[in-house]
Design a protein around this ligand. Structure first.
Ligand code: ADP
Length: 559
């Protein structure tokens, strides 16, 4: 920015000198003189003045091109910086913050909001150029005729000031526009996720009208912002020209001696006004983009204010994993989990059951260290989970979500999941352990088959077993599965059960079970109802002690 400012200022000084020289030459030719000036007491022969003007022009072109190149570089840097700032902050924030982000918002901020800011950077660089050029021109003007330049200066300031309320209005409308854009992006992201349901229920037209309404909100605010931003420059210019006209009238009344001087001052002043116009236009664009930049900044600050937890302590092991009176509340009014106490031993397989909304997923997230208990404590081999070194922890715990999500890439990449130290042998072993190796080998390029978006060449069961291979490939000591088989066919479910049973004694497994058949392989089962652990015992003992367990067995036809 400093170099850009210097280059612009120098360029403007040269342009001002060029204009003074050219008017001088023209006046000298009209008057039949052989020299131009005097400039600071020097008379310059016309031929020298012409060569001088041409040289100034060439140097000025070089400086202009330099400033354009700097501006392009600056714009690219700012785009990258804003994207890195936001995406890094998002990736380092806690799961609680990530999860509460409305869908599509981050994408909108990273793409269209950053785009707005980028456009404004080029506007800002041209504003800097315009401002410095204005200063250079007014400086040149002051050197020639202080009184009229001073008058122009006052006029520019007054006119700029008069437009302040308009800039405020632009800013407030742009804030609405930013909000409308985020709402629209969220709706579009839901549109992408709900395609199947939309087709099935035949409600596309209802969703279309929702999209149209939100789209209209964005375009209506955008239209007003664009109108006011566009109006700023012409309003400014008309007012400034009116002031210039008044100035000329004043000069005519007062009388003005030197025609060449008058011509040069007029040229400089008109050019100053056009730089002023550029400044007015830039100030409008900046006011319109400011809310978008603020949204990026404040979101990044919010992410950074809640970093993912963890400390520097490395415990002896992951287990025993002990919960003492663990409670968690998303909002103060109604805790999702209340006073849960338990002890998970090494290598045991624990099932978790309970009605929907009972707090099972919340418990899973607490066990993974993704959320901190709002009361009570959770410890790994005697070390409070909150202070455990995050890198150490994430290399030893693993998770399988309910919905298997595969990203665009090969099967191997999906299993490795960005852990670069994992080799092909590990991937094959994990795939075999997850009972999916035969399915993978049947694909055209085996492990190196490229999967489209969301792994759509595979069945739900295959996708889920690939995410299980992903969870097993790092040799975890503790594995949490959130209803991994709820959407699977019975063959896939049996294969997953077989995999989990093979982990007994080696890996501590917590499986939130939807199907009671999954519980066959569990050493103990925890029953959660309305946020309370109402029973935690062996399946046999629960037949006696837990009414919920007995009812669930009956409902599933096992009892
Ligand atoms: P389960 O897994 O047993 O179905 P959850 O642990 O998902 O239950 O939810 C327990 C309670 O916490 C429910 O009342 C649910 O509405 C609430 N809850 C879950 N996730 C959130 C969230 N991200 N924000 C606010 N409330 C939540």
């Amino acid at each position: 920015m400093g170099i850009l400012a210097a280059v612009s200022f120098l360029g403007a000084l040269l342009e001002a000198s060029f204009l003074v020289l050219v008017t001088g030459i023209a006046m000298a030719l009209v008057a039949g003189d052989s020299s131009v000036g005097p400039y600071y007491g020097w008379l310059v022969p016309i031929r020298h003045a012409l060569v001088g003007a041409a040289t100034v022009l060439v140097v000025r072109l070089g400086l202009s091109l330099t400033s354009v190149a700097i501006s392009a570089r600056l714009t690219a840097d700012v785009t990258g910086d804003q994207r890195h700032l936001l995406s890094d902050a998002y990736l380092q924030t806690s799961w609680a913050v990530q999860q509460s982000e409305p869908s599509g918002r981050l994408q909108e901020l990273l793409t269209s909001f950053v785009g707005r800011v980028t456009n404004t950077v080029s506007t800002m660089t041209s504003a800097v150029t315009a401002l410095l050029s204005l200063i250079a021109f007014l400086g040149a003007g002051l050197a020639i005729d202080a009184a009229s330049t001073g008058a122009v200066l006052v006029t520019l300031g007054l006119v700029g000031g008069v437009l302040t309320p308009l800039r405020r209005r632009i800013r407030s409308l742009a804030t609405d526009s930013a909000r409308a854009n985020v709402d629209f992006a969220s709706a579009v992201s839901e549109l992408g996720a709900l395609g199947l349901e939309m087709q099935t229920f035949g409600v596309q037209h209802r969703f279309a009208s929702r999209i149209h309404r939100l789209s209209h909100d964005t375009t209506a605010t955008q239209q007003r912002v664009q109108f006011l931003t566009g109006a700023l420059a012409p309003i400014y210019m008309s007012m400034a020209y009116a002031a210039a006209l008044a100035g000329v009238a004043l000069l005519a009344l007062m009388g003005f001696g030197d025609v060449a001087e008058l011509g040069a001052v007029m040229l400089l002043m008109l050019r100053s006004l056009s730089y002023g116009q550029q400044l007015a236009a830039a100030s409008g664009s900046i006011a319109a983009a400011a809310p978008f930049l603020e949204a990026i900044r404040s979101t990044a600050d919010r992410y950074r204010a809640a970093p993912a937890g963890g400390g520097g302590v490395v415990p002896d092991a992951v287990t025993p994993l002990v919960g003492t009176n663990v409670s968690y509340a998303y909002s103060l009014s109604r805790p999702a989990l209340r006073g849960a106490s338990f002890r998970l031993a090494k290598g045991e397989i624990v099932g978790v059951i309970g009605p929907s909304g009972a707090g099972k997923s919340t418990l899973a997230q607490l066990l993974l260290g993704l959320r901190k208990p709002t009361a009570g404590s959770l410890s790994a081999a005697g070390t409070e989970l909150g202070v455990v070194n995050r890198f150490w922890w994430t290399r030893r715990v693993s998770f399988v979500p309910q919905d298997a999500f595969l990203f665009t890439g090969t099967v191997a990449e999906n299993i490795r999941f960005f852990r670069d130290d994992i080799g092909e042998d590990d991937i094959r072993r994990a795939a075999a352990q997850a009972n999916v190796l035969a399915d993978i080998e049947a694909l055209p390029k085996g492990l190196y088959t490229h999967l489209g978006e969301r792994g759509n060449q595979l069945s739900g069961g295959q996708r889920q077993r690939i995410t299980i291979a992903r969870a097993l490939v790092g040799d975890p000591q503790f594995l949490v599965l959130d209803e991994p088989t709820s959407a699977l066919d019975s063959r896939s479910e049996a294969l997953v059960r077989q995999t989990l049973a093979s982990l007994r004694g080696k890996v501590t497994v917590v499986v939130i079970a939807h199907r009671m058949s999954t519980l066959d392989i569990c050493d103990r089962v925890m029953v959660i109802e309305s946020g309370h652990v109402t029973a935690f015992d062996t399946p046999e003992a629960l037949r006696e002690s837990s009414e919920f367990y007995r009812n669930s067995l009956t409902v599933s036809g096992i009892g």
